[in-house]
Design a protein around this ligand. Structure first.
Ligand code: IPE
Ligand code: IPE
Ligand code: MG
Length: 243
């Protein structure tokens, strides 16, 4: 998180969301433990955050832990949350220096106390930053997000006619953030695994066989080149687009 250019490049997505997958397989292929894979994955996070900041991407959302991931062995879960605490400790100075604002999408009340405290600390220290919104999807589930938004609307006695796509968006964990323009998934899996279901209605998708620990600046640039080559029509014809 050091150098950065002034102003975004042409055709740059405003919001990139990444399903960071393949840490375990990356490690197994090298005779390492899954924990080593997650450690290498956290180094990839640093690289990609830095690159996004350089390029002028304003929103980056990283899928770090799904609600379904609670089904993993307790030791792996413990390792992941310890890793989160050290990541935040190591990266907070750079986030402050680089004007990066940290947020969480998901219910953090269920997280281990130390990681919750570290997150709350980092979020409050970066709350006034604005160059890059770095969002961690933690204890996240796209369906659970829609359910909690509906519950909030019901609890506020919202009239049926006042429920709109906008009011639903405004009550999701992602409230106030633009929908992702580009969703990337590493490791060769072609699925969403419950990520940003409502928000990705018109996202472009980019799937790569590269495992997350090997996803670096060049791989991100390749994804961005593909994104620029896509024609986003939003239901209209190619001819209408320019008008
Ligand atoms: C992604 O890597 C990290 C998390 C889901 C937390 P995985 O741990 O899913 O790696 P694979 O899919 O087993 O290779
Ligand atoms: C998705 O990866 C969740 C995260 C990257 C945090 P998983 O590895 O958990 O997804 P599945 O189980 O292969 O669908
Ligand atoms: Mg996986």
């Amino acid at each position: 998180m050091t150098q950065h250019k002034q102003g975004p490049e042409e055709g740059l997505p405003q919001h990139i969301a990444i399903i960071m997958d393949g840490n375990g397989r990356w490690a197994t292929a090298r005779g390492l433990s899954r924990s080593e894979g997650h450690k290498a994955g956290s180094r990839a996070v640093r690289t990609i955050v830095t690159r996004c900041r350089e390029l002028g991407v304003t929103h980056l959302t990283l899928y770090a832990f799904s609600q379904e991931n609670w089904g993993r062995p307790k030791t792996e879960i413990g390792f992941l949350f310890d890793l989160l605490v050290s990541f935040l400790r190591d990266e907070l100075p750079a986030m402050e220096r680089e004007n990066i604002r940290l947020s969480v999408f998901g219910d953090i009340s269920a997280l281990p106390l130390t990681s919750r405290k570290a997150l709350e600390h980092a979020m409050s220290r970066t709350a006034n930053n604005s160059a890059l919104h770095l969002n961690l999807a933690l204890n996240y589930s796209g369906r659970a997000d829609i359910v909690q938004a509906c519950r909030k609307l019901a609890a506020a006695d919202t009239k049926p006619e006042d429920i709109t796509e906008q009011t639903i968006s405004d009550n999701l964990w992602t409230a106030g953030h633009p929908d992702p323009d580009l969703v990337i998934r590493t490791s060769g899996e072609i699925r969403l695994s419950n990520f940003l279901l409502y928000q990705s209605a018109y996202s472009e998708f980019y799937f790569t066989d590269i495992q997350w620990p090997d996803f670096g600046s060049e791989e991100l640039d390749a994804a961005l080149a593909t994104f620029r080559s896509r024609s986003r029509r939003f239901g209209r014809t190619e001819e209408q687009k320019g008008s």
